[in-house]
Design a protein around this ligand. Sequence first.
Ligand code: NAG
Ligand code: NAG
Ligand code: NAG
Ligand code: NAG
Ligand code: NAG
Ligand code: NAG
Length: 547
Amino acid sequence: MGGRKSSLANLAWLMATGTLMMVVRAEDPYIFFTWNVTYGTISPIGVPQQAILINGQFPGPNINSTTNNNIVVNVFNNLDEPLLFSWNGVQQRKNSWQDGVAGTNCPIMPGTNYTYHFQVKDQIGSYYYYPSLGMQKAVGGFGGLRINSRLLIPVPFADPEDDYTVLIGDWYTKSHTSMKKLLDSGRSLGRPAGVLINGKSGKDEKEPLFTMKAGETYRYRICNVGLKNSLNFRIQGHTMKLVEIEGSHTVQNAYKWLDVHLGQCYSVLVTADQSPKDYYMVHQVRSERYGHHPLRKWKGPSISGSPPAPEGVAWSLNQFRTFRWNLTASAARPNPQGSYHYGSINITRTIKIANSASTVGGKLRYAINGASHEDSDTPLKLAEYYGVQDKVFKYNTIADEPPAHDNITKQPVVINAIFRNFVEIIFENPEKSIQSWHLDGYSFFPVAIEAGTWSPEKRKNYNLLDAVSRYTIQVYPKSWAAVMLTLDNAGMWNLRSESWERRYLGQQLYISVLSPARSLRDEYNLPDTAPLCGIVKDLPKPAPYTI
Ligand SMILES: *[C@@H]1O[C@H](CO)[C@@H](O)[C@H](O)[C@H]1NC(C)=O
Ligand SMILES: *[C@@H]1O[C@H](CO)[C@@H](O)[C@H](O)[C@H]1NC(C)=O
Ligand SMILES: *[C@@H]1O[C@H](CO)[C@@H](O)[C@H](O)[C@H]1NC(C)=O
Ligand SMILES: *[C@@H]1O[C@H](CO)[C@@H](O)[C@H](O)[C@H]1NC(C)=O
Ligand SMILES: *[C@@H]1O[C@H](CO)[C@@H](O)[C@H](O)[C@H]1NC(C)=O
Ligand SMILES: *[C@@H]1O[C@H](CO)[C@@H](O)[C@H](O)[C@H]1NC(C)=O
């Protein structure tokens, strides 16, 4: 119903501006950034350590944009190793060239610069960027990215007094190179040393993180940029009204606690309706095995009378089920047809994937359906564009069903998908640890999370009406989650575990969505400035896509 209302409004708008049809459409605005990426020393939990800084800052600068803006970021790599930035949740329509992961781009080499250029097309909401190679994200280089609604588009809540980005995450004091060595040697990262909020641990902090004026309402955009743990977030003495999850306006329920899993972002409104004093932002780490182990205690300010977060999978799962898309709120949407009617589209393919942990050659590896992803020297997307994919990877490395055995093979893992297919992805988690999955290039509808194993009858319980279109989904221990989406964005897209050691050790893959048309209507050409590497370095450029 809401959909119909909204498209009527659109239509009226089109008719009103119909007389302007002959005027050349102005290009969407550009916003420019220059980033100098360097190492620097920080001591967020009292121990000096090497971090990755952007223009001297940790976390990096916020990108504040508006729907359809063109974002141009000239990145100077002054590290001693290759670098790529990825824009978590930004869909990069037709443009996996700007996605900045090892499967799509050759890295920016030390001492060189590269200019990302992408449009935040038809999106709104809360996102973040991060350095995608190796374990670099563990030591900084990340920052908030927000996309405001255009002025003409009503937002389903009053303008807040201010709008704050809150990047939370577990934190290690090891360098990213020593973490890499640890993982390469087949060991695990172990426990983090603490939790940071916007680069601070609360230890020895004198300045408040944020100030609120009495009676005013503020927006907080909370993203978990950590490596390993789900976090339970709360603001002492205040309730949080949820308004947006990862690019979708939600039904506005009030929460005392929010579980924020790895890679997820939530926007809440908080009104300063308590007596003026200092209040703490409280994060409690969910133990890896989630419900059955006590929450760990962390260094940081102790809060007298602070109630512990509710424990248990059931509590968290119930909270997930209260998240609903506000169908009547207007907002830019990348795929209006798919988004209003996702419940009535026939599924053309079901991809069932299960995560697993095992060893290869005596070393710990993580896998999806028995295959543990390894990056290739030639990015998968470039190999495909140049037509030399046979030398780099095999399509459909894994089946759409988890195998019956536990054996793991190491190779680049690529699923070959059909452009515009409507697919259902089932994430099965047979392990005892919680999982968090992210797909680049898309938002999806998480239609169900349940305990146990999935079977086709479970479709009867799907939320086919108002699931929140988003880009990350958690899967509880010994549980499954189902998401649905239309593969209408051509490109090579990373599907990954947001647990950074799992991803690093192979729990990720790529979905190749090829448009047979080789047309600019479906996909942009490789930018002339893109660095080349591997076997495509000296090959002649393929004929460009045309209209
Ligand atoms: C980047 O920062 C480093 C260290 O502060 C400095 O030496 C270098 O000149 C800067 N480069 C640019 C392009 O600003
Ligand atoms: C972000 O951009 C919006 C829209 O241009 C503007 O109103 C707002 O003040 C900006 N916020 C910050 C923190 O720059
Ligand atoms: C590198 O930076 C310079 C400006 O300092 C810019 O003119 C050039 O286009 C950049 N190169 C790339 C590949 O983005
Ligand atoms: C949904 O959005 C509409 C339109 O902005 C708003 O009036 C309504 O209060 C919102 N509904 C809920 C349940 O949050
Ligand atoms: C979906 O599938 C059903 C049953 O196979 C069929 O009757 C229906 O026409 C299909 N709908 C669309 C939109 O293709
Ligand atoms: C799994 O690995 C074992 C030991 O290497 C081997 O004997 C067995 O044949 C493998 N099974 C499959 C299905 O590949």
